[in-house]
Design a protein around this ligand. Structure first.
Ligand SMILES: [Mg+2]
Length: 237
């Protein structure tokens, strides 16, 4: 933290913010997950249905109680054994949806040029190694000062604890000097503002109705593409 600047850090959501929003077929997702089930007598369509239900249950707990979960928790919720080595189909199902927006790298460089730290805070059940790999593949990993994936902490957004973890990861300690950027008005905008941060909304995602929370924040600013975040932040300095 240094005196004379109004801001210290900009922290980004991942899905639908640093990646472009895609509608996902959650039945196809659970079918891919079922490929990792190791129970000897399992029936793929039964496992698929249980995994689909388990997925809804863990994301419901994230929405309603801000409880985080991992891929292992998902299989446990479904009452199924799994082998992490067999998650290839699941990983490959998601991979096309993980591409970093080409505007992210130049934006991160611009923010660094303004003397700001750049971080990520994502609600996710995936291991951090997957996320780190996506950023490395797309050549932006070295531009992040810190990243927090909720699979590795007890809370999810919009819990203020999740936002504080992300601030700590980039070395920031005053939420009033931090900006959060995300595509969801509950998890991201309401959550960041409740934690004392400013929030920029990127309203390009079609959030499924069952993923909407109990509140919606009114964003401090709106960016219609990632690159616009640079102008908005610079205007606040
Ligand atoms: Mg998002």
């Amino acid at each position: 933290m240094s005196a004379g600047r109004a801001l210290d850090a900009v922290v980004f959501d991942w899905g639908g913010t640093l990646t472009r929003w895609h509608d996902v077929d959650f039945h196809a997702e659970s079918l891919a997950l079922a490929q990792a089930v190791v129970d000897v007598d399992h029936d793929v369509s039964v496992s698929q249905a249980r995994l689909h239900e388990a997925n809804q249950a863990i994301w419901g707990r994230s929405r309603d109680r801000q409880e985080s979960a991992t891929v292992a928790d998902l299989f446990a919720e479904a009452g199924l054994g799994h082998d992490p080595e067999l998650l290839t189909a699941y990983y490959e199902f998601w991979e096309p949806h993980t591409l970093t927006d080409p505007e992210a790298g130049p934006l991160f460089e611009r923010l660094h040029g303004l003397g700001l730290k750049v971080g990520v805070l994502s609600n996710t059940i995936w291991p951090s190694a997957w996320h780190d790999g996506f950023f490395r593949r797309d050549g932006v990993d070295h531009l992040l000062d810190g990243a927090v994936y909720t699979s590795e902490i007890p809370w999810t957004k919009p819990s203020p604890h999740a936002f504080r973890s992300a601030m700590a990861a980039v070395g920031a300690d005053d939420p009033a000097r931090c900006v959060y950027v995300g595509d969801r008005l509950f998890d991201d905008v309401w959550g960041a503002q409740s934690a004392g941060m400013r929030a920029i909304h990127i309203p390009l995602s079609t959030i499924p109705e069952d993923q909407l929370g109990h509140s919606e924040g009114r964003p401090d600013a709106v960016a219609h593409r990632l690159a616009e975040v640079g102008d908005l932040v610079e205007g606040w300095l």
